[in-house]
Write a protein that binds this ligand. Structure first.
Ligand code: SAH
Length: 254
């Protein structure tokens, strides 16, 4: 049995209890050294074998998993954030299926949510100028975007956008957002290494964020979040509105 684990965004206390227990029990650990905080592995067995997948290609990762399985060892594969978001996770699961090796997945706190937490913001707010929709996306890099998913197309919705893997293309990012329909004064935040000790937050607008991020020297490991949830007006929720009844609570008569 191979266990895929979401390690969370950085702070080693943001891994799940279940994920941490599996790491503590593991004989073989494969982790994404470029982004996973090695402290999530504190407490591993002293003789656990540890591999950094940054130096491995897919076949090598699968070979390590297969060998561990053949030897009856417990093997964990530790991904940053949650494996379901830009984790190159599916291709590993498919290979394990082909080999008839069983696996389980323990979710993690995506950096998308680590970022909302450190910004102390909520992505979905009620109100005309707000959005009830969150788009997780990226700019086209070496991985091409499918038709209809260029930022300029997605920007038409004026939803809250959480943009991964793209802090190196902020000029183009802002250009496409504005071209797609966000006003240039739309608030933007760039969060570098959310929840790590060296975290940095840069706030601005589509018009000036590129310059500010350049000045801060941020070139990677950052999320760009776009939308009025960062600053705009919003309506209060109906859920806690004292004039509305819910399944659990009657409206207050005034
Ligand atoms: N599965 C991960 C994302 C992997 S893709 C998750 O759920 O968070 C790698 C990209 O995620 C980075 O380029 C960056 O855009 C973002 N990222 C990962 N950790 C981050 C962090 N602590 N702070 C800000 N962005 C982060």
């Amino acid at each position: 049995m191979i266990t895929f684990i979401g390690a969370g965004p950085g702070d080693p206390e943001l891994i799940t209890i279940k994920g941490k227990k599996k790491i503590d029990e593991a004989d073989v650990i494969i982790y994404a050294g470029s982004l996973v905080n090695p402290h999530v592995m504190d407490g591993h067995k002293p003789d656990a074998k540890i591999y950094d997948s940054a130096y491995m290609h897919l076949d090598e990762v699968i070979d390590v998993m297969k060998k561990a399985e053949d030897e009856g060892k417990k093997c964990v594969r530790v991904h940053t954030g949650d494996p379901a978001i830009y984790g190159a996770h599916r291709e590993q699961m498919d290979r394990l299926d082909e080999l008839g090796i069983d696996y389980e997945v323990i979710p993690g706190v995506s950096s998308a949510f680590g970022t909302a937490a450190v910004l102390k913001k909520e992505y979905t707010l009620p109100g005309e100028n707000q959005s009830q929709t969150v788009i997780f996306t990226r700019m086209e890099g070496r991985t091409p975007m499918p038709p209809g998913e260029k930022l300029v197309d997605l920007a038409r919705h004026r939803a809250t956008m959480v943009i991964f893997l793209s802090v190196g293309f902020l000029n183009e990012l802002s250009k496409q957002c504005i071209e797609g329909g966000y006003p240039p004064e739309t608030p933007v935040a760039v969060v570098y290494k959310a929840t790590w000790p060296d975290q940095k937050i840069v706030r601005g607008t589509l018009a000036d964020i590129e310059q500010k991020v350049k000045e801060a020297g941020i070139t990677k490991t950052a999320l760009t979040v776009v939308g009025n949830f960062l600053e705009g007006d919003y309506n209060l929720s109906k859920l806690y509105d004292k004039n509305f009844s819910t399944e659990f609570r009657k409206a207050v008569d005034e």
